[in-house]
Each structure stands twice: as structure tokens, then as C-alpha cells.
Write a new protein. Structure first.
Length: 252
């Protein structure tokens, strides 16, 4: 399994030295005030000592997917501009977490919010297919979003959209936070295309009490041997990164 890390470009050399295989960077980092700035950022990612294979944070929080403030034209324009940039830097997988963008107002219909998310993912799928990208739906705990909180909810949504470019991410931290059974990974099976991990209190893998061996068993049950990214809060990233990488390689 390839082990990567959600990080910024200026941490790439350190993470390469710590033994990681790839970077996961925000889609929103590819935004720019002008084309020269965008081109410079793309070139920097292309020249990274660690390849950028996955992108997260698809949308800025101000670009709403649900609620009364959804601007379909703005969403379409954003995807048409940003997803080709994702492809250009070498990534093939994009994470749809974006809790701020997908969280709907408390007085808004949950059913309507669901319809809006389906519509958005159908829009994403058209661009993703043409670019040979995979979009993975990331469940978030209820403190971060009121939409799509479990792997099974994400799987049901992917099944409803029913497009080969739309898959599911299982996030170990969010599953533990929601007390979601890890066996739901096996239930999601063929839909799982990416994994995020952290440990207790969202700190580095190997520093807490999360049941990593149970996670490994579930991933083995679906024959998952693709990518896994650390997405955590580091106490001291430079000091902890190599040990976290070793820990994950021992587990997986």
C-alpha cells in the first residue's frame, strides 16, 4: 500500500526523507489571482520531490453545494477551471469533503440538501470522467458537517449517482468519532477508493489507541491495496513524520 500525507508543498522534502510515497494537497491551493500565479503553482507541484497523487478540499467554504445560496453557474465554472489543474499536477483522485460547502442550514430541508448534493456529484462526474479522475466522497463527523456522516451514507450516495468516477473514502478518524463500525468498510467494498487515517484526538498514527489492526483486517477483507493518507494534527510534524510512516508500514 502507498502511504501519503496531507501536507503543503514546502513540507515535501521532509516527507520524502521520512519515507512517504506521495502528497495529498488542497484543490483550493490551485486557485490564483492571475494566470501567472496559477502556472507557477502548477509547475511547483509538478516539480515536487514527492508526487502529488491526491487532492483534497475540493471547494472553498463560500462556494455552497447546499442551501438557498447555491450558485450552479459558479460551481460549474469552478469545476471547469480547477479539475483540469488537478489533472495537470499529476493527481488522479479528488476528495469531496468540503464540510463548509456542503453543510446546509438547520432550517433547510435535509431531503432538498441531499438532492442538491446528488446534482453536484453528477456535475462533478461529467468533468471527472473526461479527465480520467476519481472523485471520492468523504464522510465527515457531525461536528464538521450535517451531511454525509458515515461510510454507508457515502456509499448509498455513490450508488444513487451511479457513475464510475464517483467512489467513497473511509476516514478512520471520522469513523471513530461517529462510532461507526469498521465493518462498514467491508459493506462498502467495491466503492472504497481512498483511506484517511489519524489516531486518538486526531494526532499522528501510532500515538494513540485507535484499533489499527482492526482497520487492516477490514481493508484486507476487501483486498484494498491502493493509497492511504495521513490527515492529522501534528504536535511536531518533522519529529513525528518518519515514525508515523514506519508505524503504518508495519501495520499495512
Amino acid at each position: 500500500m502507498k502511504i501519503g500525507c496531507c501536507a503543503s508543498l514546502d513540507q515535501a522534502v521532509m516527507l520524502q526523507e521520512a519515507g512517504f510515497d506521495f502528497l495529498e494537497v488542497p484543490v483550493v491551493s490551485l486557485m490564483g489571482e492571475n494566470q501567472q500565479q496559477v502556472n507557477e503553482r502548477i509547475k511547483a507541484y509538478q516539480d515536487s520531490p514527492l508526487p502529488v497523487e491526491v487532492c483534497n478540499i475540493l471547494l472553498p467554504g463560500s462556494l455552497k453545494v447546499t442551501g438557498n445560496q447555491v450558485d450552479q453557474q459558479a460551481l460549474d465554472t469552478y469545476l471547469a477551471k480547477m479539475l483540469p489543474r488537478v489533472k495537470e499536477i499529476g493527481a488522479d483522485t479528488v476528495v469531496f469533503g468540503s464540510g463548509g460547502a456542503r453543510t446546509y442550514p438547520t432550517d433547510f430541508s435535509a431531503g432538498e440538501a441531499h438532492r442538491q448534493i446528488v446534482h453536484f456529484l453528477q456535475m462533478v462526474a461529467r468533468y471527472a470522467e473526461s479527465l480520467e479522475l476519481t472523485m471520492v466522497i468523504e464522510p465527515l463527523n457531525r461536528e464538521e458537517s450535517n451531511a454525509i456522516n458515515t461510510v454507508l451514507e457515502a456509499t448509498a450516495l455513490a450508488e444513487e449517482v451511479n457513475h464510475p468516477s464517483i467512489k467513497v473514502l473511509a476516514d478512520f478518524y471520522h469513523m471513530q468519532k461517529e462510532q461507526e463500525p469498521l465493518t462498514n468498510i467491508a459493506k462498502a467494498d467495491r466503492w472504497i477508493r481512498h483511506i484517511h487515517v489519524a489516531d486518538s484526538n486526531r494526532f499522528a498514527p501510532g500515538t494513540g489507541s485507535y484499533p489499527y489492526h482492526d482497520l487492516r483486517e477490514q481493508l484486507e477483507s476487501i483486498d484494498y491495496h491502493q493509497r492511504l493518507s495521513i490527515e492529522c494534527q501534528w504536535k511536531d510534524m518533522e519529529a513525528e513524520a518518519a515514525e508515523a510512516n514506519r508505524f503504518l508500514h508495519e501495520i499495512f
